[in-house]
Design a protein around this ligand. Sequence first.
Ligand code: C2E
Ligand code: MG
Ligand code: MG
Length: 705
Amino acid sequence: MTEAPQDITAKMPILIIEDDAGFADLMASTLEDEGLTSHCAYCGKEALEWLAFSASSLIIIDYTLPDMTGASIIEQMQEMGHTAPFIMVTGRDDSSLAVRMMKTGACDFMLKDTTFLDRLPAVVTRALHEAGTHERLRRAELSLRQSEARLARAQKIARMGSWEWDIASGDIYWSEELYRIFGLTPGNPDKIHLDWVFNLVNPVDRPAFKKALLGSARSCQPFNIIYRINSATEGEIVVNSQGEVERGENGRPRFISGTTLDITARIRAESEIQQLINYDTLTGLPNRNLLHDRLRLAIAQAAREQHLMAVLILDLDRFKRINDTLGHRAGDKLLQAVSQRLLACVRDSDTLARLGGDEFVILLSNVAQEEGISSVAQKILAVLAEPVYVDGHEIYTTASIGIAVYPMDGEDGHVLLKHADLAMYQAKEQDRNNVQFFSREMNIKVLERMILENSMRKAIEREEFFLMYQPQVDARSGRIVGMEALLRWDHPDLGVLLPDKFIYLAEETGMIIPLGEWVIREACRQNKEWQGQGFPPLRVAVNLSGKQFSQQRLDEAVAAILMETGLEPEWLELELTESALMKNVEENIRLLCKLKEMGVSLSIDDFGTGYSSLSYLKHFPISRLKIDRSFVRDITTNPDDAAIAEIIIAMAQTLKLNVTAEGVETRAQMEFLSFHNCVEMQGYLFSRPLRAGAFAELLKNGLKY
Ligand code: C2E
Ligand code: MG
Ligand code: MG
């Protein structure tokens, strides 16, 4: 804490400069009686020497000294930096001298008369009091000046100016920094008019600026506005002005004062950040982020104007190969070239964005019909078909395009993008360089697939799969000679699913391997259990998918299962389709031989639907053909089917293969087949596929047909 100025000065001694030593001491003792300390100097030199190292609160000077005049002491004293007030004392009653003394800054003037000592304490006290007040003022002024300077410095650093507008008089004050922000010399012009200020504002932003300022003056509400001005030195800059209204005594707005901040650098940094956030650095196209914004806008517009809006997802075909063979630099250049070409295909109102990698999205707004969308897509494929030259390489690219249309294919941006993406994959699957529209049908298929794919992974553990058994019958005796195990999935939401609903998916996802093994194991286990229960031993046929068949070590897996379940190999038959068999002939033959050596028998399922010639079958170690049910169905009405069935049966006999007819539903079919020496049959006529329990009943009670 600083002490009050009075206290400081009061503690400092009063300097008495008086050549009459006796009179000086008298003055000193008079002051001492008042509690004031003093120091006496008996000539000018002595006084100045003392002042060189000391400070005094007040100086009392006899005007006529032996070595110099009071005036010259004052002058030198002030040169030394002393600001103490002084009282001039003189023996002469000279009013003109008094005036001169007061001009030099004396705070009082005393005549050395008889009442001098009596008056002295009062004069000194008043002078000290005044000096205190003066000092306080001086310090206050100093601190004001300092804080003004500090504010100006702060404004300069912040590029912030302050201003004040006297609404009544129209006077406008600008801080120095405000002039500088506008590229002007501080104080020039000296008089500022409102219109002149308005003219500095960028014409585009001027109406808004006027409205903000004048509106604030009218409503007494603060304002805050960002606008552009033309700085005389820096061209267009962006500033932010904030102002507040001060009311006069009558309650009406009197002043508006505020600040103006140069935010050009901030805006620039922000727009650079915006650029980074919203645009792809490689192509300069909007990125995923901005795309979502644009998509929202495009949907809103399409909804308002009742137009269609299309989302096209474009993916370059085999881009990875270009990247891998020619390098990433070439890949980048290709992407840049492609983005240029795509830009040429769309209107300004459309959006072309890059999602990353070789994936682009085009939003076609305001389209009247789907044909229009399709023709844009075709145009894109055509321009992309032209070769691109990169680093001396001629690159041919093609693209696959998937399209989803608002509102039919989705009403929300994410859904549209997802559907366009699915359509794009469809396009790629069908044939690259292709355009594919999303369709509901496709969506349902895809959804189903997603649901199934997710739930299938857990289905084995949750024991949702089970087998049904369909008897294979010797039609002459009516006895059950075997059974086919047929897979079912008891889906928690969808109910019991037949294999055609999920086998393809299991094959695509690779799930077929564990699932197929489970089927073999379960069929063997069940078969062995029935044997254990005393039923006559029966052959169980298990269907194998092509994928499973080309699996390495299928033979080992089968051997392990037989070991594990204890079923003799002769009671297991594996069913394969022709197409599975014909894929890797050499390998298959080897694998089948191993299985056959183990004692497992093999049959060809759905025979007649594939391309294999009967004679070719000699090469495979198979023991049975199953005539596909499509021939059996019309065997009694369609002579072609009848002929095929007859030939298959006859050929099988020459090749010493067993034959089973599938899908026998009627007595007529059974009789026709029996007549042509097909003994074994399977079909609804005898029994539908049954759960294990029901099948055991059937074994117990025999067939009734
Ligand atoms: P598939 O091997 O030809 O099996 C015979 C299919 O015909 C079975 O259909 C059976 O229910 C049906 N069927 C039997 N008798 C008749 C009949 O008189 N009339 C008609 N219309 N149909 C009859 P399911 O069970 O739906 O099986 C369909 C296909 O799924 C099977 O054809 C087989 O290729 C495959 N599959 C079944 N289980 C498995 C399995 O565990 N693994 C593999 N990879 N595929 C399996
Ligand atoms: Mg089968
Ligand atoms: Mg079949």
